[in-house]
Design a protein around this ligand. Structure first.
Ligand code: HEM
Length: 135
């Protein structure tokens, strides 16, 4: 199974998979709640679903517009004051959530998701670091 097929399963669910992700992320990491105070979590979940589509594309090929989007997303996270250390926790929790909505899950699929999200994070960090350098 390719990452694209796994992503399709995520997007085909009637209930937004990433909405489950946020409840899990927040309950397992109470220290992150402060960042989401007053936010519309439905909207947030829709944006993260779109970011998964972007990340899968970015995993397959390097397209300048996609890279630029992820860099800007990274800058936004810097502006929101989100520490870099939270990203691997976010990634692992996201993969754990995705694994629960799949017909067949495997170590290979987990590795592919990890590589895809890590690549997205690395590109986000380019924008994040640029914002840090700018002060
Ligand atoms: C793979 C890593 C991540 C991805 C793909 C991602 C994706 C997104 C997206 C698509 C948005 C919406 C941006 C917009 O308003 O247009 C967003 C915003 C946000 N994300 Fe993330 N995120 C990631 C990591 C994290 C982490 C680790 C945290 C930790 C708490 C976090 C917290 C937030 C918050 C608080 C916002 C709202 C920021 C604001 O509007 O001020 N994200 N994220």
């Amino acid at each position: 199974m390719q990452l694209e097929d796994s992503l399709r399963e995520v997007l085909a669910q009637k209930e937004l998979v990433v909405e489950k992700f946020y409840s899990r992320f927040l309950s397992e990491n109470p220290q992150v709640a402060v960042f989401f105070e007053g936010m519309d979590m439905k909207k947030q979940s829709l944006m993260l679903s779109a970011a998964l589509i972007v990340s899968e594309s970015h995993f397959r090929e390097n397209l300048p517009a996609v890279e630029f989007y992820l860099q800007v997303l990274g800058t936004q996270h810097h502006e929101a004051g989100i520490p870099k250390e939270l990203f691997p926790i976010f990634r692992d929790c996201l993969i754990a959530t995705i694994s629960q909505c799949q017909e067949s899950w495997s170590d290979e699929l987990a590795d592919m998701w990890r590589a895809a999200i890590d690549k997205a994070i690395a590109t986000m960090f380019e924008g994040y670091d640029e914002a840090s350098d700018a002060g």
